[in-house]
Design a protein around this ligand. Structure first.
Ligand code: ADP
Length: 578
């Protein structure tokens, strides 16, 4: 990947290159269009000029056949009738002047015979059109010999009598009259002769300007015979630039010309001239500028879009990160809470155990005191029997003492295990043993309360998954609840039963008490029907038991028995058989 500044530089360079390309391409395209338009305009103007001049080209040829004029070349003397005739023809055709010359080149009759500016008597022997006519061809010529004269275009043709040239007829066309038609054209069009002198133009400021280096040559009076002496001037200076074979000209100091222009030419051999056109480049530049600006705007928009997308991606990434962090925090909190809950639950379990122990403390001390008192009397009797030498009987007493202390030891071990705080792992435990141990703790309370216990211990161990102490706690709670429920009853029965069904092991506790008041609520924490004053009835016993059994992957259900009383079923998973 690029570093950021390098990337930006690269993109900026690419954008500039693109814009430059767009500029060039648009410029070239617009230039193409301008060129074809300009070429069409130039050809149209050239056509117009050639056809306008063509009208007059025929005139001397037609007139030379006129016998009147043929005679006049031979007649000499007063030719006033010819003057009038020529004037008439000139008026009708729009020619500026029509001259009749003798073979020496002297004007003998003319349409503008009257006035000072008449050509009658003037000699044109050195003029190229006269010379060509005398050679039998059509003479073509243009000139402006005096600044005050109009610029003229001449066609000359020889007059023949019996095959012999007797004179020349010359027709002069006033170019200003032709130009008048196309003065307003937007393009600058001008026609140059073979001296590179602008002789016809739709901008008067360009007339008689000389293109290129011909100006120096034309300082020679012989070379510029046909132009008025002072009238010639150099063409406004320009710089030329070539683009794809096209000539672009920049004019620094020509108010009448566009500052930058496309220059086109076309040769017109029929009239011995070249057509020229200067086309303003402003529209081309405008078009190129517009397109480049559009491209730039588009690029900018594109760049903005890209920036926007990048920004959005970044924001999204940041948001994702934040969400992830938040999720993580949440998870940590959940874990903390779970751990806290577990601790709380463990504490509750412990509290439940202690409260059960508290309830049974009187019974338990009785349970221990009774064998202790028995041991004492057995020991005292034993002493007396030994004094009397009845050793065998004393031995019996010692055996009794031994078995009673063993029983006490069992009770104490059981109590210690029950009261131990540390949690125990899941293991395979014998459900029958759990019942036996629980009965050892609860037996005295049952006896005190006059409860009849119905219990057939199974012959073989019934192994289930769970924790022995916690199962004792559950069973102790169920038994205590049953005793509590039957308080004040004359007949009190508790049935304990272990059974197997559908791959599950069930421990059932049934009583013949009043039954469950609201069996849907009994497992809710703090649900109790016992008055708090009795020192019992926290409403936690069953909910703790529920949690314990659930942690073994089992369930506990409480129902009313059809014959009255409540029945609790603890469903457990049997240990896997090897
Ligand atoms: P506590 O014993 O402190 O009331 P438990 O969660 O152990 O809390 O019991 C909740 C309630 O369920 C008891 O208050 C009682 O209403 C009802 N209950 C539990 N066992 C029995 C039963 N064997 N017979 C009738 N009701 C019972």
């Amino acid at each position: 990947m690029f570093k950021r500044p390098a990337l930006i530089l690269l993109l900026a360079f690419a954008a500039s290159a693109t814009l430059l390309g767009v500029w060039r391409w648009s410029y070239a395209e617009a230039l193409d269009k301008l060129e074809s338009q300009g070429r069409a305009s130039l050809l149209l103007a050239a056509d117009r000029l050639v056809s306008q001049l063509g009208r007059y080209r025929q005139l001397p040829v037609v007139l030379t056949d006129n016998p009147l004029l043929q005679q006049a070349t031979q007649r000499g003397g007063d030719l006033q009738d010819i003057n009038l005739y020529l004037q008439q023809v000139a008026d009708v055709t729009g020619a500026r002047d029509i001259l009749l010359l003798d073979t020496t080149g002297t004007t003998i009759a003319a349409a503008n015979w009257a006035g000072d500016s008449t050509y009658i008597g003037r000699n044109f022997a050195d003029r190229p059109d006269f010379i060509r006519a005398m050679n039998g061809a059509l003479g073509v010529y243009h000139s402006q010999e005096n600044p005050q004269d109009p610029r003229g275009f001449y066609f000359a043709s020889a007059i023949r009598v019996d095959g012999k040239i007797t004179g020349v007829l010359s027709v002069k066309v006033d170019l200003e009259v032709l130009e008048a038609d196309w003065r307003g054209d937007p393009e600058i069009i001008f026609f140059t002769d073979n001296n590179n002198v602008v002789f016809i133009a739709n901008r008067s400021s360009l007339l008689l300007r000389v293109l290129g280096d011909r100006f120096a040559i034309l300082q020679d009076p012989k070379a510029r015979r046909n132009y008025a002496a002072a009238a010639l001037q150099p063409f406004p200076p320009f710089h030329e630039r070539q683009i794809a074979g096209r000539s672009l000209r920049t004019f620094d100091d020509a108010p009448d010309l566009p500052p930058r222009a496309l220059y086109l030419q076309t040769p017109l051999p029929v009239i011995g001239m070249t057509g020229n056109i200067l086309l303003d480049l402003k529209p081309v530049e405008q078009e190129a500028r517009l397109r480049t600006a559009l491209a730039a705007a588009f690029l900018a928009l594109f760049a903005l879009l890209v920036l926007f997308l990048l920004q959005r991606r970044r924001t999204l990434a940041v948001r994702l990160q934040t969400e992830e962090a938040a999720n993580q925090r949440l998870e940590e909190r959940v874990q903390e809470r779970t751990a806290e809950l577990r601790r709380t639950q463990e504490e509750l379990v412990q509290a439940g155990k202690l409260s059960a122990l508290g309830q049974m403390s009187a019974g338990i001390s009785h349970e221990l005191n009774q064998p202790l008192a028995a041991i004492q009397s057995y020991a005292e009797n034993g002493v007396i029997l030994l004094e009397r030498g009845r050793v065998a009987e004393a031995g019996k007493n010692l055996e009794q003492i031994s078995s009673l202390s063993a029983r006490m030891g069992r009770i104490i071990r059981n109590l210690r295990a029950f009261a131990r705080k540390e949690g125990e792992d899941m293991a395979d435990v014998d459900l029958a043993r759990v019942v036996a141990d629980t009965l050892e703790l609860a037996g005295i309370r049952m006896r005190e309360a006059n409860v009849t216990l119905h219990w057939q211990p199974p012959k073989a161990p019934v192994m289930v998954r769970g924790g022995g102490v916690r199962l004792q706690q559950v069973l102790l709670n169920l038994i205590t609840n049953a005793i509590d429920a039957m308080q004040g009853q004359a007949e009190k029965h508790i049935w304990l039963d272990i059974s197997q069904q559908d791959g599950k092991t069930y421990l059932q506790v049934r009583d013949n008490g009043p039954g469950l008041e609201n069996k849907d609520k009994i497992f809710e924490p703090f649900y109790t029907t016992k008055s708090v004053g009795q020192g019992e009835g926290m409403g936690l016993g069953l909910s703790i038991s529920y949690g314990i059994v659930q942690s073994f992957g089992g369930r506990i259900l409480g129902e009313n028995h059809p014959d009255g009383g409540a029945v609790f079923r603890v469903e457990l998973t049997p240990a896997k058989q090897e």
